[in-house]
Design a protein around this ligand. Structure first.
Ligand SMILES: [Zn+2]
Ligand SMILES: [Zn+2]
Length: 149
């Protein structure tokens, strides 16, 4: 079922796979906030925004739902077998998913166009000067222009 000539990815065990309709890898951004460090278990999250209509998911995902302090509904989609987190959704951005970029097959070829919550980043991480950074979260429209959605 996997399409040829598309950007693909999936969970570690292979029970969930996905294909993007795009032929090129999406732009990604990194978030260094405590939440992202905790729920990824590593230094930061790396994310690509993708329109829901631009991704085909093959396999069943498990959904963890949490309500943010500001009342947004956040859903985290994972493989129910190996627990790899694949993507998130946020009721504040309907129709757009936040793909966990490390699940792309070609994650070694990704580029990062922005960093947010850099005031919380691990001190050894040095970000190139030309890359857009925000101390905390970025203004929505400014950020959308940089990350492409
Ligand atoms: Zn899996
Ligand atoms: Zn974060």
């Amino acid at each position: 079922v996997i399409l040829k000539n598309s950007v693909q990815g999936g969970c570690q065990c292979g029970k969930v796979r996905y294909a993007l309709k795009a032929k090129e890898l999406p732009r990604t951004y990194c978030c260094h906030c405590l939440d992202c460090q905790t729920c990824t278990g590593t230094a930061f999250s790396q994310t690509a925004r993708v329109a829901e209509t631009e991704i085909d998911v093959f396999g069943i995902t498990e959904v963890f739902e949490v309500i943010s302090p500001t009342g947004r509904i956040l859903r985290r989609y994972s493989c129910p077998n190996c627990f790899t987190r694949l993507y998130n959704s946020n009721s504040a951005r309907l129709g757009i998913i936040a793909l966990r970029a490390g699940t792309l097959d070609e994650s070694n070829n990704l580029t990062v166009v922005a960093h947010i919550w850099v005031k919380r980043k691990q001190s050894w991480i040095v970000i190139p000067e030309e890359i857009k950074c925000w101390s905390e979260s970025a203004p929505a429209d400014e950020f959308s222009a940089v990350v492409g959605l």
